[in-house]
Structures are given as C-alpha cells and as structure tokens.
Design a protein around this ligand. Structure first.
Ligand SMILES: [Zn+2]
Length: 90
C-alpha cells in the first residue's frame, strides 16, 4: 500500500483484475502502441481513465471534494509516489 497523503483528497486503490492488467501491460509496453491506443485500451480493459501524468496504467485514484462536486484523478504507482511524496517533503 502506498503511503501518500494528498491534500484534501481521498486515495482509493483501483482493483484491476490480474488478467486484465497483464493484457494491458503487454499492450502498453509495446513500442508500436500509440498514446491514443493506450488510452483506449486502458479504458476498455481497466474501465478507468489512464494515469493523468504519464498516460500509463493507473493503480489508484484520488478523489477530491470540490464544492460538492468530486473530481477524480488517476495515477500509476510511480507517478503517485513522485507527485505526492514531493508534496509531502516540501
Ligand atoms: Zn503515471
């Protein structure tokens, strides 16, 4: 489990089924896969939007409550660590 603490956000882990994840990883790691295809495939298999930083397979989502409307951002593990750990350090 990640130890991240985004400001006023709630972290939820995405539970993408293992088989789906394996298929996705294969597709995304292929050099022939364009960013557009990646996005479509992640939506199709994981039923979520890609990581908002790198466009990769997300592993968690952060839900922000903004004036009654919630905003959701999805991150892969390495981007989440980079983004939120840096915030914590500063
Ligand atoms: Zn990422």
């Amino acid at each position: 489990m990640l130890r991240i603490r985004p400001d006023n956000g709630t972290v939820r882990e995405l539970n993408i089924p293992k088989e789906q994840l394996e298929v996705l990883e294969k597709i995304v790691s292929s050099p022939r896969t364009t960013d557009d295809i990646k996005k479509i495939m992640i939506k199709k298999f994981a039923k979520v939007s890609p990581c908002c930083v790198c466009g990769g397979i997300p592993s968690l989502e952060v839900v922000y409550d903004a004036d009654g409307a919630s905003r959701v951002e999805r991150y892969c593990e390495s981007c989440a660590n980079r983004v939120f750990t840096r915030n914590a350090v500063l």
